[in-house]
Design a protein around this ligand. Structure first.
Ligand code: HEC
Ligand code: HEC
Length: 371
């Protein structure tokens, strides 16, 4: 009798003393405390992030519940046809949410057509479009494409499409509860999956690298660029030299990187064209934010560059002409040759390493919630 009385005080059971509470169901599968969700909706941002353009639409503002549902979806292998692959298989937290394969393996070990992309600071890409070739118009549009991809997660038309997945999800006890708590009812639709995944993806902000520590201390709203150009006290001389080279335009003795990979978020300038990896290239590619670049090789859309010295050498001597080449890399109609010294190349690599954000790569709120 005592047990039943205690149970009656639980909200979820008040109408029916024999019913199991939402939390009891969730706890069978997930390390999620419904009464005490992580803070996704209101991250603490440094004051120099006030210049950042945020691609979050007003129709899909991040809520803690929505992003929590997104986290479950992101880590759930049930979203692949044969329960082998989740988003997180190719977007691993400890690697800045990419993987270290040149091309990634899908549900039947087929290979993707491109290298996986880091996901930190995705909300600050002002161009909105997603994928290396920008073919998805928004984070929402992108988010369910891997699920329906014939190579990646397999819910294509041959496997019943998205309807087969929503039917499968309705039978997994945790989803009706999570959808009901996020939306007005427990109905599972592709649009709702997109909204929740996009909230989780946009909550992955990167603000805790050595670079951010240095900029927070040096920040002065009245100085040009907020004081980004001055030496950072927490940097070595080499890292400060690399920062200078990264920031300065070529005409001023720099390497001109920041014109495209824009601090403080290191998202790509949406007007950027391609960087001359292939002779005669016609496709315009984007780059994900360079945050966590140091832990996430190989590099570029085709994974063709193995390490950071290789990336610097590309910009130093390897840029090739083609219709999609950005004019900034093709001054006076000739692909750029930077003529960097070895010390300058090393300094640029050292600076790129300061963009590693161990907090984003270990924060439990972005980790696998499954038991
Ligand atoms: C089999 C590996 C694999 C799986 C599974 C996978 N991805 Fe990806 N992801 C990739 C690859 C490869 C790319 C780049 C593809 C391209 O541009 O053609 C990518 C790109 C992206 C991008 C674009 C990032 C940007 O800055 O433009 C987002 C967002 C993303 N994935 C999210 C997800 C989500 C959400 C899921 C799960 C629903 C998922 N991915 C599942 C490999 C994978
Ligand atoms: C004209 C714009 C532009 C300039 C200038 C530029 N980049 Fe890039 N960068 C890009 C584009 C576009 C890509 C994606 C290319 C691709 O994969 O096809 C890229 C990719 C990269 C990548 C790989 C990203 C990844 O996720 O694999 C790194 C690292 C990088 N650039 C560093 C630099 C450095 C360092 C400099 C200065 C020496 C620089 N970039 C100058 C446009 C630019």
């Amino acid at each position: 009798m005592l047990v039943i009385l205690a149970a009656c005080q639980d909200d979820d059971k008040s109408n029916n003393p024999t019913a199991v509470s939402d939390q009891e169901v969730i706890s069978k599968y997930l390390n999620i405390d419904l009464a005490n969700l992580f803070n996704y909706s209101n991250p603490t941002l440094p004051n120099y992030y006030n210049v950042a353009v945020d691609n979050t639409p007003s129709s899909n503002a991040i809520t803690d519940m929505g992003a929590t549902l997104g986290r479950v979806l992101f880590y759930d292998k049930n979203l692949s046809v044969n329960n082998t692959i989740a988003c997180a298989s190719c977007h691993q937290q400890n690697l800045g949410f990419t993987d270290n394969a040149t091309l990634s393996s899908g549900f039947e070990n087929g290979l993707t057509g491109a290298h996986s992309m880091r996901l930190g600071n995705i909300r600050y890409y002002a161009g909105d479009s997603m994928f290396w070739d920008k073919r998805a118009v928004s984070v929402e549009d992108q988010s369910t494409r891997p699920i329906q991809d014939a190579t990646e997660m397999g819910f294509d038309s041959n496997h019943g499409g998205f309807t087969a997945l929503t039917d499968k999800m309705s039978g997994l006890n945790y989803y009706p509860i999570l959808f009901k708590r996020t939306f007005s009812d427990s109905i599972i639709t592709e649009e709702r999956v997109q909204l929740a995944l996009a909230q989780f993806l946009r909550s992955m902000v990167s603000v805790n690298s050595k670079f951010d520590e240095g900029f927070t201390a040096a920040f002065n709203p009245n100085a040009p660029g907020g004081g980004i150009g001055g030496p950072f006290n927490n940097f070595t001389a080499e890292e400060n030299q690399g920062k200078g080279l990264f920031l300065q335009p070529i005409a001023q003795g720099g390497a001109g990187c920041a014109g495209c990979h824009q601090p403080p978020t290191f998202s790509l300038d949406p007007a950027s064209k391609s960087n001359g990896l292939t002779m005669g290239e016609t496709t315009i590619f984007k780059s994900p934010s360079l945050k966590n670049i140091g832990v996430s090789g190989p590099y570029m859309h085709d994974g063709s560059i193995t390490d950071l010295p290789g990336v610097i050498e590309h910009y130093n001597t390897g840029v090739m002409r083609g219709p999609a080449l950005d004019p900034r890399l093709n001054p006076a109609g000739m692909p750029q040759r930077l003529n960097l010294t070895q010390a300058q190349k090393d300094a640029l690599v050292a600076f790129l390493q300061t963009l590693t954000d161990t907090d984003l790569n270990t924060d439990p709120k972005f980790s696998d919630p499954f038991i």
